[in-house]
Design a protein around this ligand. Structure first.
Ligand SMILES: *[C@@H]1O[C@H](CO)[C@@H](O)[C@H](O)[C@H]1NC(C)=O
Ligand SMILES: *[C@@H]1O[C@H](CO)[C@@H](O)[C@H](O)[C@H]1NC(C)=O
Ligand SMILES: *[C@@H]1O[C@H](CO)[C@@H](O)[C@H](O)[C@H]1NC(C)=O
Ligand SMILES: *[C@@H]1O[C@H](CO)[C@@H](O)[C@H](O)[C@H]1NC(C)=O
Ligand SMILES: *[C@@H]1O[C@H](CO)[C@@H](O)[C@H](O)[C@H]1NC(C)=O
Ligand SMILES: *[C@@H]1O[C@H](CO)[C@@H](O)[C@H](O)[C@H]1NC(C)=O
Ligand SMILES: *[C@@H]1O[C@H](CO)[C@@H](O)[C@H](O)[C@H]1NC(C)=O
Ligand SMILES: *[C@@H]1O[C@H](CO)[C@@H](O)[C@H](O)[C@H]1NC(C)=O
Ligand SMILES: *[C@@H]1O[C@H](CO)[C@@H](O)[C@H](O)[C@H]1NC(C)=O
Ligand SMILES: *[C@@H]1O[C@H](CO)[C@@H](O)[C@H](O)[C@H]1NC(C)=O
Length: 574
């Protein structure tokens, strides 16, 4: 740094700054230094942790360029700022390119800020995300022709997107998520050739999706709106497309048969889409990782060529009207972690190929019309956490091999036609073991005692005989026990007050006569206990609850793939 570079700004210092600003060596022009000092005083310096004795270019959130000779970016993210009075001052820094005011409590954008900010070249990045801002998008934003990024997400902005947005011919990222915007998505969006990412999810947008909207885009999120009409036939085709989320709208008509090879994630769930899932639409899509078409009106077959999408992690076709057999080709999806096919009209058996899905964490084929028996090879699914086959026409015995499924936390086999005795179960079971509404017989096996973490056990509506084993009343983790409508006999053990249980419909069961417990309350559920017992039980339950919660949250951490993401904002990870 030469003497003249240092000297010029120093000579400009007024007496004011000599008194209030100790010797600071900064290459900033005096007017910018002065503005920064005034800003320091106006803002809450405790929160900012700015050191006034240092060069403003070293302050947290301040970025300079040109050998620290001009301030180009200021980030005041997460400083609890509620008054926007400082914004016009900030804008006096004529070299400013980037303003990040996200995560504050600002309610308005003063006119002066929007009219002239960073006059020498204008703003390029503007992040006002997560403030509770109201009103419409300020028209003056559109004067900043050099803007490349606008993030207005998670505010209370309303009105429609102005057509003048098309003037921003350098815009690359436009995020309007989680506001109260309404009206149609303007056609002009599709003419911004630089726009790569457009997110307008969680608003009240309506009307149809403008044609050509994806011509230049890579990421589009229009989920959670009120969009109607059909998906333009060429919409999913552009070779730049990587993620499209149109879920939770009112879209109808069919799924376009041509889908970009570059697509990584396609979410169209919870619309009114119908017709078949075109065979060949997903043939050689090697990049596709997430395909979510659930809760629509798709009919016809599950296309076997989905088995060629080698990198699929998540396949969700649940809640449609899909029929025919479950194609064994799905067994070649070697990376698949979540398979959801529940609530369709699938028939035939469970193809043994499905048991090759080594990475599978969750399998839900419940509420279909599958028949035949559960293949013993199901135990090859060594990573499976949730297995749900309830509500089908499955028959035969529960395979003994099931005991070896060492990751299983939940087993739902209720509502089938399973016969034979209850085999040994995986000791990892925790969320639920539900064998209800089958034709199971024999005794409640003593082996269930080893399920020390189990919370819900439903064996109701079977043909079980023998006694209720006393350990069921002693298992601390068990909070729901359903044994109704069997052929159980003997004395009902005394259950702790933390257990909700139902043993009705077993005509040979006898209540133990105890003075503090009326027979009715034993049968109907929570027994009445003295306050001390309840207090103890509540403490025990709390302890169990905490342990359970910990265990479940740890186990759920394995879910790298989850199709029920928080609705609060667009997933930014893709
Ligand atoms: C700040 O000072 C620089 C020279 O140091 C000058 O070019 C610029 O116009 C000044 N800006 C304002 C807003 O006064
Ligand atoms: C600055 O923040 C501190 C701590 O949050 C608070 O006590 C103080 O009132 C704030 N001052 C101003 C001027 O907002
Ligand atoms: C600019 O300021 C930063 C922060 O004080 C410092 O780390 C950096 O070395 C400075 N750069 C130049 C070129 O002086
Ligand atoms: C805007 O700021 C928020 C909060 O700091 C951040 O999460 C988000 O990524 C930023 N937006 C963009 C588009 O970078
Ligand atoms: C955009 O940037 C260029 C180059 O920095 C500059 O000449 C022009 O004035 C800027 N336009 C606006 C509207 O600020
Ligand atoms: C799909 O729904 C539309 C109305 O949204 C209807 O006109 C069409 O016949 C339906 N197609 C099929 C195959 O059900
Ligand atoms: C479901 O598909 C069957 C043909 O497989 C058809 O008869 C029926 O109307 C469809 N139901 C709905 C609600 O679309
Ligand atoms: C399963 O159902 C299909 C028709 O839906 C039938 O052809 C087949 O015989 C059934 N298999 C068994 C084992 O019941
Ligand atoms: C499977 O799907 C059904 C129906 O949507 C749902 O009720 C059940 O909780 C799901 N099972 C699992 C293990 O997630
Ligand atoms: C067990 O499964 C049956 C049949 O699917 C279902 O009706 C019942 O609600 C389930 N029990 C529990 C406790 O969730």
């Amino acid at each position: 740094m030469s003497m003249s570079e240092l000297g010029t700004p120093l000579l400009h210092f007024s007496l004011f700054f000599c008194l209030f600003w100790p010797m600071v060596f900064s290459a900033l022009p005096s007017n910018q230094s002065k503005t920064m000092i005034t800003l320091y005083k106006l803002l809450n310096s405790t929160e900012l942790s700015w050191d006034i004795t240092e060069d403003p270019c070293s302050w947290k959130g301040v970025t300079c360029s040109g050998g620290n000779s001009s301030v180009i970016a200021i980030s005041l993210s997460g400083f609890y700022l509620s008054s926007s009075d400082f914004l016009p001052l900030l804008c006096q820094i004529d070299s400013l390119r980037s303003v990040d005011l996200s995560n504050n409590d600002l309610t308005s954008i003063p006119d002066g800020f929007i009219k002239r900010c960073g006059e020498n070249g204008g703003l390029e990045l503007l992040n006002l995300s997560r403030n509770r801002l109201q009103g419409e998008i300020p028209d003056h934003i559109m004067d900043y022709r050099n803007l490349t990024l606008i993030d207005l997400s998670v505010n209370k902005l309303s009105g429609s997107i102005p057509d003048r947005i098309g003037d921003l011919s350098k815009l690359e990222v436009l995020i309007l998520s989680s506001n109260k915007f309404s009206g149609a998505i303007p056609q002009v969006i599709s003419s911004i050739a630089t726009l790569k990412r457009f997110a307008a999810n969680q608003n009240n947008f309506e009307g149809s999706i403008p044609s050509g909207i994806t011509t230049f885009l890579k990421n589009l999120d229009l989920s959670y709106n009120k969009l109607s009409g059909s998906i333009p036939s060429d919409m999913l085709l552009p070779s730049t497309m990587e993620t499209v989320d149109l879920s939770y709208n009112r879209l109808e008509g069919s799924l376009p048969s041509k889908i970009s090879q570059s697509m990584v994630r396609l979410r169209l769930g919870s619309n009114y889409l119908n017709g078949s899932i075109p065979s060949g639409a997903f043939g050689t899509h090697e990049k596709l990782m997430y395909l979510e078409l659930e809760n629509n009106r798709f009919s016809g077959l599950v296309p076997p060529d989905l088995g060629s999408c080698q990198n699929l992690l998540l396949l969700n076709l649940a809640g449609n009207n899909l029929s025919g057999a479950l194609p064994g080709e799905l067994g070649s999806l070697s990376h698949l972690q979540v398979l959801k096919l529940q609530m369709n009209k699938l028939i035939g058996g469970i193809p043994v190929e499905i048991t090759q899905l080594q990475e599978l964490l969750s399998l839900n084929i419940s509420w279909n019309m599958l028949n035949g028996s559960i293949p013993p090879a199901i135990s090859h699914l060594q990573n499976l956490v949730n297995l749900d086959l309830q509500g089908n026409h499955l028959s035969g015995v529960i395979p003994n091999s099931i005991e070896g499924m060492d990751s299983l936390l939940e087993l739902q086999l209720g509502g089938n036609q399973l016969t034979g005795e209850i085999p040994r179960m995986p000791t990892t079971l925790q969320i639920a073991l539900n064998l209800s509404t089958n034709i199971l017989e024999g005794r409640i096996p003593d082996s269930l005692e080893s399920l020390a973490a189990l919370e819900v056990l439903d064996l109701s509506n079977n043909k079980l005989t023998g006694k209720i084993p006393p350990f069921l009343a002693e298992t601390r983790s068990l909070i729901r026990l359903l044994l109704s409508n069997n052929q159980l006999s003997g004395i009902i053990p005394k259950f702790g007050p933390w257990v909700t249980f139902d043993v009705t419909g077993n005509k040979d069961l006898i209540n133990a006569r105890t003075p503090v417990t009326s027979p009715k309350s034993v049968e109907k559920g929570r027994s009445i206990a003295v306050a001390l017992v309840i207090g103890f039980a509540a403490a025990a339950l709390f302890a169990v609850g905490v342990v359970t919660w910990l265990a479940i949250s740890v186990s759920r951490r394995y879910y790298r793939v989850n199709d029920e993401e928080p609705q609060s904002a667009e997933d930014l990870s893709q």
